[in-house]
Design a protein around this ligand. Structure first.
Ligand code: OAD
Length: 250
C-alpha cells in the first residue's frame, strides 16, 4: 500500500464535512460472499449469473432461479460484516455519510450504518411477481440448495402469482426514489468513496462521473484496475477490509 496516498486519502476524509460512499460486490468479498463477476464457486460454478438474474429466466425456470437466490440468501445470512463495513459505520458516527450500495445483502446495516440506499434491491425483501405484495421469509436460515437444485418459490397469499426475489434484475428499472436520493447524496457530498465495484453496470457506474462533473474529490478502493481510476483523485489498490480500517480506525 502506497503510504503517501493513504495519508492523502485520510486527510481528504478528515477534511470532508459530508461523504457519499458507493459500494459494490467487492465490499462484501471478505465476508465470504463471492463477487458477481467472480466465477461462481462450488456447485453453482456452471451457471452464468447474468443468465439467471433476469425476468425471462424466472418465467422460464422459476425453480432454478429461486434456488440460486436462496443459495445466495443462505450465504448472506451466514456471513458477518467485515472490518470494511465496520469502518464505514464508524465514519458515520463522526460525520454525515450516505452509503449507496449495489449489493443486495444487509451487511452495511448489520455493521451499524443507518443511511443505506440499495440501488439493486435486497435479497431480504421478496415480493409477488404479479401483484407486488411483499412476502416475509421464515426466520430460519434456508438449507444450502445444491448447485442447480430447483426450489419452488412460495406462492403469493394475495393472488395466484409466485414470489420473486426483491432484487433488480437485468433489464429492469432501478427503484426511482432510491435513485433520486442517491443522485441527491452525490450532489450534496463533498467527497465520494467508491469501493469494490467493477464500475461496469449502469446507471450505478455513472454516479462517480456525476460527482466528478460537480467537482467532488473521489477516492477509489479496489485491488484491481477499474475505469473510475481515471477520474479518481486517489486510488488505493487493496482490499476494502484492509484499507478502510487504516483510513478510519475504529
Ligand atoms: P463486480 O463483481 O462486477 O465487481 C467486483 C469488484 O470488486 C471488482 O472490481 C473487484 O476487483 C473488486 N474486489 C474484489 N475483492 C475486493 C475486496 N476485497 N475489496 C475491494 N474490492 C474488491 O461487482 P459490482 O461492481 O458490484 O447487479 O457489480 C455491479 C452489479 O453487477 C451488481 O450489483 C449486479 C451485477 O450485475 C445486478 O444484479 C442488477
Amino acid at each position: 500500500m502506497d503510504q503517501t496516498n493513504l495519508k492523502k486519502a485520510a486527510a481528504l476524509i478528515d477534511y470532508a464535512k459530508s461523504i457519499a460512499i458507493l459500494t459494490g460486490a467487492g465490499m462484501s468479498a471478505e465476508s465470504g460472499i463471492p463477487t458477481f463477476r467472480d466465477t461462481l464457486t462450488g456447485l453453482w460454478s456452471n451457471f452464468d449469473p447474468e443468465e439467471l438474474a433476469n425476468r425471462r429466466a424466472f418465467v422460464q425456470d422459476k425453480e432454478l432461479v429461486w434456488g440460486w437466490y436462496e443459495w445466495r440468501r443462505m450465504m448472506v445470512l451466514k456471513a458477518e460484516p467485515n472490518p470494511g463495513h465496520l469502518a464505514i459505520a464508524k465514519l458515520a458516527e463522526q460525520k454525515p455519510c450516505t452509503v449507496i450500495t449495489q449489493n443486495v445483502d444487509d451487511l452495511h446495516e448489520r455493521a451499524g450504518s443507518k443511511s443505506v440506499f440499495h440501488l439493486h434491491g435486497s435479497l431480504h425483501q421478496p415480493r409477488c411477481l404479479i401483484c407486488g405484495a411483499p412476502f416475509v421469509f421464515p426466520p430460519e436460515i434456508p438449507e444450502e440448495p445444491e448447485g442447480g437444485r430447483r426450489l419452488p418459490p412460495p406462492e403469493c397469499g394475495e393472488c395466484d402469482g409466485y414470489i420473486r426475489p426483491g432484487v433488480v434484475w437485468f433489464g429492469e428499472e432501478l427503484p426511482q426514489d432510491v435513485w433520486h436520493k442517491s443522485v441527491k447524496a452525490i450532489s450534496q457530498c463533498d467527497l465520494l468513496l467508491t469501493i469494490g465495484t467493477s464500475s461496469l453496470v449502469q446507471p450505478a457506474a455513472s454516479l462517480p462521473n456525476k460527482a466528478k462533473s460537480l467537482g467532488k474529490p473521489i477516492i477509489v478502493i479496489n485491488p484491481s484496475y477499474t475505469e473510475h481510476e481515471r477520474i479518481a483523485n486517489i486510488t488505493l489498490h487493496g482490499k476494502a477490509g484492509e484499507v478502510l480500517p487504516q483510513l478510519i480506525p475504529y
